[in-house]
Design a protein around this ligand. Structure first.
Ligand SMILES: CSC[C@H]1O[C@H](OP(=O)(O)O)[C@H](O)[C@@H]1O
Length: 384
């Protein structure tokens, strides 16, 4: 079976696989409106920094494309002022879906720039819509090629680094956190793309991955993708990273990112910082793999990255993140005593920030950045 895709399109129709149900149920749901797209992002039916940016962009393109074919035409086509107000309201609305991943914000800024540029050029409302439709499609279409390029660059860098550190090693063992494959992007993936590249090159030993509780991106999504790709893999619980490093030869830790600050501090799935501290303790290279749209040059360091805190209940359920809990019967699936509908006393940040000093290399489609000797931070200007 080919790798699952996060988003499927046919003309103006958009479907996403409901990732809350994977791997037990593969169910594609129609995304008919921007409201449904926003809900899918916020409730994590779709997740992954690049994938949520693609869905937001495609959803706007789909709505505007349908509007151009509608009869009578929608009110927002009556004037450029009406169209500007309509599009900017949608872009502002998408911005509220999830705060940490900057790719969504980058896509929104890109579409807003397309709108303003078209307005400045005195384009007709129909031409402005067509420009936005085209740009929205490009946001999604660019992702796969970009992922393959960064995966190749990162894979070759890691192979060279391993040759330097371990003279006779032919294949490398890596650990990854969360899910960064086709389900988190428009295809191929970022950190999981690098792992796929190594496997396709015959240079991968074993890919270890963490369960990534509480949403379980690892045990539910990465496990599924690695099995579909026939990549040798071993799952570990989040608490086992230190034991793994003590008992196995791991040549690199390879993770994705949701936002990278100007100095290289990186926000990624909760548990990434733990793995970085342990990798430093064991002298294991720690590599971040992400598209340039993940780099936020507007913030100097990781203290400025907003960290999303998810609903407490999501950290309390044995099964995926399906809720709300509406009865005591439902509550039997919870790992703690729940008094529906609410819950106090749970700390559930969805991301953490790994300081640049713990990161060995940052890989984008433009290249690989390493820190200058003696520097705690990165100069990302060459790869941003
Ligand atoms: C391609 S990187 C995706 C990035 O997004 C994930 O977070 P979430 O599943 O909550 O959207 C995780 O941080 C991954 O590294």
């Amino acid at each position: 079976m080919p790798p699952l895709t996060s988003i499927k399109t046919s003309g103006d129709d958009i479907e996403i696989v409901n990732q809350l149900l994977l791997p037990h149920v593969i169910e594609y749901v129609q995304i008919e409106t921007v409201e449904e797209a926003h809900d899918a992002i916020k409730t994590m039916k779709i997740r992954g920094a690049p994938a949520i940016a693609s869905l937001a962009a495609l959803s706007l393109s789909s709505q505007l494309s349908r509007g151009l074919k509608a009869s009578p035409p929608p009110d927002y086509l009556a004037s450029t002022d009406a169209l500007k107000e309509h599009v900017e309201r949608i872009l502002d609305y998408f911005f509220t879906a999830r705060p940490t991943a900057v790719n969504l914000g980058a896509a929104i800024r890109r579409l807003r720039a397309t709108l303003l540029k078209s307005l400045d050029a005195n384009k007709s409302t129909r031409d402005i819509c067509q420009n936005l439709i085209n740009e929205g499609w490009k946001v999604s279409d660019e992702d796969v090629g970009r992922n393959k390029e960064m995966s190749r660059r990162g894979g070759e860098w890691l192979r060279q680094r391993v040759r330097e550190d371990h003279a006779k090693v032919e294949v490398v063992n890596v650990l990854t956190v969360c899910n960064t494959g086709s389900l988190a992007t428009s295809g191929y993936g970022t950190a999981l793309g690098l792992i796929t590249y190594l496997h396709e090159s015959g240079k991968l030993g074993t890919a270890f991955f963490t369960q990534s509780a509480p949403y379980h991106q690892g045990s539910r999504l990465t496990a599924m993708e690695l099995q579909e790709l026939k990549i040798p893999s071993i799952m570990i619980c989040d608490t086992m990273v230190g034991s793994l490093f003590q008992s196995h030869v791991i040549h690199g830790v390879v993770v994705g990112a949701d936002r990278i600050a100007r100095n290289g501090d990186t926000a990624n799935k909760i548990g990434t910082y733990n793995a970085a501290v342990l990798a430093a303790r064991h002298n294991i290279p720690f590599i971040v793999v992400a598209p340039t749209t993940t780099i936020d040059l507007d913030i100097p360091d990781g203290t400025h990255i907003p960290i999303e805190h998810r609903p407490a209940i999501e950290a309390c359920l044995v099964r995926g993140a399906i809720y709300p809990i509406q009865s005591h019967e439902d509550a039997k699936h919870a790992v703690v005593m729940i008094t529906p509908p609410g819950l106090e006393g749970v700390y559930n940040p969805s991301f953490d920030v790994t300081p640049a000093e713990l990161i060995t290399a940052i890989v984008t489609e433009n290249g690989v950045a390493v820190k200058n000797p003696g520097m705690r931070g990165f100069d990302l200007s060459e790869i941003a």
